[in-house]
Design a protein around this ligand. Structure first.
Ligand code: AKG
Ligand code: FE2
Length: 248
């Protein structure tokens, strides 16, 4: 029996509609204090593991830490993933997103999956263990951008505003698409459709480390390029995750 990782929260039809309209949904302070403490310890361990040329432990974070692995099929995690994706889901990946002071930031991008099959969803579940201020290692979003299921990579602010974003409107509301810098308290969980445009602002030199991790789930039915799990992990999944590991 695993203890709770989330405080109680509301995620019904209204919240799902908001996720579908905006492309992301913020659950402020959802992680319990003991969960935040355990995540911080696990992430600190994983980030200290040496990288080699062909292997980045941080990219397979759950494979290198039993606690992180145990959350893949945690009943509350699966409950949340099922509410968004429905019954038929697979685990895709778990990546360490720890950002240290001085982190340079990450340009605008999307993650593609089944780009021409909108009925196949791919959900990112971000855990921002100690939260973030806007413009300090913070997540930036363009609400509505996911509806284009576009593929963008490594695009600067200037390029985005002069290029892809220019003149684009929200397909449902007709409003001009705009970028937005989020701000979240510790323990915040953010749900995001993988086709949503997002970026990360630089972490200030005087700020503490931002502890964060992402768990990704999807409806099976298409190849997944971000499925960063090794064969060994796929063949020996954590308890409860047996049915979640296969590609299809
Ligand atoms: O570090 C972040 O907050 C976001 C990382 C990211 O772009 C991702 O995991 O898709
Ligand atoms: Fe991303």
């Amino acid at each position: 029996m695993q203890g709770p990782i989330f405080h109680s929260y509301e995620f019904g039809a209204r919240e799902k509609a908001q996720l579908d309209r905006d492309g992301h949904f913020v659950l402020p302070g959802l992680l319990t204090a003991p969960t935040r403490a355990r995540l911080t310890a696990s992430l600190a361990r994983v980030v200290a593991l040496p990288e080699t040329e062909n292997h980045r432990p941080q990219g397979f974070a759950a494979e290198h830490d039993p606690y992180l692995a145990s959350l893949i099929a945690h009943p509350q995690m699966l409950g949340l993933a099922h509410r968004v994706l429905g019954e038929n889901i697979r685990f895709d990946h778990c990546v360490d997103l720890t950002r240290e002071a001085g982190f340079a930031g990450q340009h605008w991008h999307t993650h593609s999956y089944a780009d021409d099959q909108p009925e196949l969803g791919f959900l990112r579940i971000f855990f921002y263990v100690n939260g973030f201020e806007a413009d300090d290692g913070g997540l930036k979003v363009v609400p509505g951008s996911h509806l284009y299921r576009a593929s963008l990579r490594n695009t600067s602010d200037e390029e985005l505003h002069a290029g892809w974003l220019r003149g684009k409107t929200h397909p449902l509301t007709g409003e001009p698409l705009r970028s937005e810098a989020l701000q979240t308290p510790p323990g915040t969980v953010i749900l995001m459709w993988t086709h949503a445009l997002h970026a990360v602002s630089p972490r200030r030199a005087e700020s503490a480390t931002r502890w964060a991790v992402v768990y990704a789930y999807r409806n099976p039915g298409a190849p997944s390029h971000a499925r960063w799990i090794t064969e060994g992990f796929e063949n020996h999944p954590p308890a409860g995750a047996e049915e979640l590991m296969s590609l299809f």
